[in-house]
Write a protein that binds this ligand. Structure first.
Ligand SMILES: NC(=O)c1ccc[n+]([C@@H]2O[C@H](COP(=O)([O-])OP(=O)(O)OC[C@H]3O[C@@H](n4cnc5c(N)ncnc54)[C@H](OP(=O)(O)O)[C@@H]3O)[C@@H](O)[C@H]2O)c1
Length: 278
């Protein structure tokens, strides 16, 4: 069975390994809320944590990691460069160093350009390459990049992004982007993977779940894992954090994988990466 354990890792294009399953912390409040969520997740076996400068919770995410009694090298931490810090090296380095300081950690495992800001994202990527070559970041990647954004940076730079983190769930399966990323050894990571919990209201997913004694949320996350995608459902609720990780004792059949594939509607719930204004 593929994806046997919560600690299963996949190699990025630079040889560094990333856990395939983790915790997202968008909208988790800095302080007790996010601290407890990260601490509980780490206790439950999660080893990948996904934050961002704009989530404004890096201080407590870092604190929970530092106080976890888990070796730093066993935890994979992602954070992201916010749009207001995009542009030349000076800007990007400031964004990165501020994040590192807020986290109170020596390094981050993955640093992502959060959105492809028009007129700036190519320079931001060049700056990310410089930071990476200086050894301050283990891996660099992007988020919300469409094929044309990726083509543009691949043409102008030397380092291929390790990851592209994008909105991806049964209603937005991103097949063209996935194919492109696969061809270029860019791992795809799914955000909003459980439709903000609404996966439990999708009849087809709930129906499939009954066969395995699993919820629609768990079916959706298992579909991510079996598709070779990294997935980072968010929760600050201990029971849901545990429930969302209970994915490693079943395998969806080919038929059920096909049913989920047929749910695609190319429907976004978040902003369109070609038309956002922030
Ligand atoms: N790169 C980007 O631009 C970008 C954009 C959005 C998100 N992300 C990342 O991706 C992560 C996940 O995306 P997301 O947070 O937007 O959405 P999501 O993970 O699909 O859904 C999170 C929501 O579902 C609820 N939930 C969690 N588990 C549940 C369960 N088992 N049953 C019912 N409800 C459940 C959570 O509430 P409770 O907390 O109360 O459990 C929360 O409201 C984010 O946290 C962030 O790290 C990245």
């Amino acid at each position: 069975m593929k994806s046997k354990s919560i600690e299963d890792r996949i190699a990025l294009n630079n040889g560094i390994e990333i856990p395939q399953f983790g915790l997202g912390v968008f909208l988790a409040k800095d302080g007790k809320e996010v601290y407890k969520a990260v601490a509980h997740a780490l206790q439950a076996g999660y080893r990948l944590i996904d934050t961002a400068a704009i989530y404004k919770n890096e201080p407590s995410v870092g604190k929970a990691i530092r106080e976890s009694n888990i070796a730093r090298e066993d935890i994979f931490l992602t954070t992201k460069l916010w749009n207001s810090r995009q542009g030349d090296y000076k800007q990007v380095a400031k964004g990165f160093n501020d994040s590192l300081q807020r986290l109170g950690l020596e390094y981050v495992d993955l640093y992502l350009v959060h959105w492809a800001v028009k007129g700036k994202y190519e320079d931001s990527w060049k700056a990310m390459e410089e930071l990476y070559l200086e050894g301050k970041i283990k891996s660099i990647g992007v988020s919300n990049f469409q094929v044309h954004h990726l083509e543009s940076i691949l043409e102008k730079s030397q380092i291929v992004p390790a990851v592209n983190q994008v909105e991806l769930h049964p209603f937005l399966q991103q097949r063209q982007l996935l194919n492109f990323c696969n061809q270029h050894h860019i791992l795809v990571e799914a955000w909003r993977p459980i439709l903000k919990g609404e996966a439990d209201k999708v009849a087809e997913l709930v129906e499939i779940g009954k066969k395995y004694n699993k919820s629609g949320v768990q079916v959706t996350l298992r579909w991510n894992l079996q598709s070779g995608i990294i997935t980072i459902p968010k929760s600050v609720n201990p029971d849901r954090i545990t429930h969302n990780a209970d994915l490693f004792d079943f395998e969806l059949s080919h038929e059920d994988m096909d049913i989920i594939s047929s749910l695609n509607q190319d429907k976004r719930f978040g902003p369109d990466p070609d038309n956002f204004d922030f």
